[in-house]
Each structure stands twice: as structure tokens, then as C-alpha cells.
Design a protein around this ligand. Structure first.
Ligand code: GRF
Length: 182
């Protein structure tokens, strides 16, 4: 399967998807942030990139251009990886069942932002990450796979984020491989 990865920043999950690809191929990396660090890495690897800021042209025009770029690359599946922008209902409907995301919590717990601080605050003993299908509901689609990691007594949101991120890098490529072969 031909996969397009959408990022907004560092892109460490995108790198894991590229480096551990099995049964799929990352054919384009796209970003809503033209200065996203992950874009430079993808370019160095010879992976086509697409970058456009919605601020400059407005969200509908941005999404139309993104959609066009993905289709030109014959993308069959979109993987969100630290993509910090909500896709419109229309975009999601056009790609129904073909957008996946990784979220740094054990869904359905802690949708949205600041997941690690919220898990620590709640006194949870376990945190983790989830890969799920993207629907119109934020972080709400079918969960395809999850990994649990312990929360240690001395954890801060940053130390927990680091542990969860390592689990994300293992989970995302594995679940994507499973998903494309199901
Ligand atoms: C990851 O923790 C992801 O789950 C969250 O944002 C972070 C992105 O990191 N949504 P990276 O850009 O993949 O390094």
C-alpha cells in the first residue's frame, strides 16, 4: 500500500514508519508547517514532500491542495504522525476508513492534548499509546492497536512522554503493517 504521512513537527513517528515499513511504502510526507524538522529528514531520504501553511491560503484551499498532492502521489492510506491540525469533516469523509492516527494515551482515555500530564494527575499506574482510525470525532475512531507502559512515581509529563514515544515507534509501523494486510 502507498502511504502518505502527515506531520507538523519533529516527525519521529514518521521516521519509524519509513524505517520499519513492511507491506507498505511511504511515498510522500506532507506538513502544514513548512519548517517542520521531519520534512528535511524526508527530503534527505529522497522521499517527496509537500508543505503548505493553511494560514496563508485558508483551510479549504489548503485541504484541497493537500488532497490533490496525495492523489497525485497515488496515496491509498494516510497516516497522521504528530499532525496537530484537525482535518475537516469533508476531508475525512473523502478518505473514510483510510486515515489512521497515533495518539499518546490508552484510548478511549485522554483524547485531545496534554495526555501525559492528565494521566499523572489522575494517579494512573499505566499510560500508553494507541493507533486508531480517524473519524469526524477527535481521537474517536476504531482502535487498531495499543501499547501500555508503566507510570513511575517520579515521572513528569516529559519523562513519561519519552517512554511512551519509544512505544509509539514500535507500535505504529507494526499496526500499519497489520492494517494494510487485513
Ligand atoms: C507523538 O507523541 C504523537 O503521538 C503526538 O505528538 C507526538 C509527535 O511526535 N500526537 P513526532 O512528531 O512523531 O516525533
Amino acid at each position: 500500500k502507498r502511504v502518505g504521512v502527515l506531520i507538523s513537527g519533529r516527525g519521529s513517528n514518521m521516521r519509524a514508519l519509513v524505517e520499519r515499513a513492511q507491506g507498505y511504502e511511504v511515498v510522500v510526507v506532507a506538513s502544514d508547517k513548512p519548517d517542520a524538522a521531519g520534512l528535511a529528514w524526508a527530503r534527505e531520504r529522497g522521499i517527496p514532500t509537500f508543505a503548505l501553511s493553511p494560514k496563508e491560503i485558508g483551510k479549504p484551499a489548503y485541504e484541497a491542495a493537500l488532497d490533490r498532492a496525495l492523489r497525485e502521489c497515488e496515496v491509498e492510506l494516510i497516516a497522521l504522525a504528530g499532525y496537530m491540525r484537525l482535518l475537516s469533516d469533508e476531508f475525512v469523509a473523502n478518505w473514510r476508513g483510510r486515515i489512521v492516527n497515533i495518539h499518546p494515551s490508552l484510548l478511549p482515555k485522554y483524547k485531545g492534548l496534554h495526555t501525559h500530564a492528565r494521566a499523572i494527575e489522575a494517579g494512573d499506574r499505566q499510560a500508553g499509546c494507541s493507533v486508531h482510525l480517524v473519524t469526524e470525532e477527535l481521537d474517536g475512531g476504531e482502535v487498531l492497536g495499543r501499547t501500555e507502559v508503566p507510570i513511575l512515581p517520579e515521572d513528569t509529563p516529559d519523562t513519561l512522554a519519552e517512554r511512551v514515544l519509544a512505544a509509539e515507534h514500535e507500535l505504529y509501523p507494526r499496526v500499519l503493517s497489520e492494517f494494510v494486510s487485513r
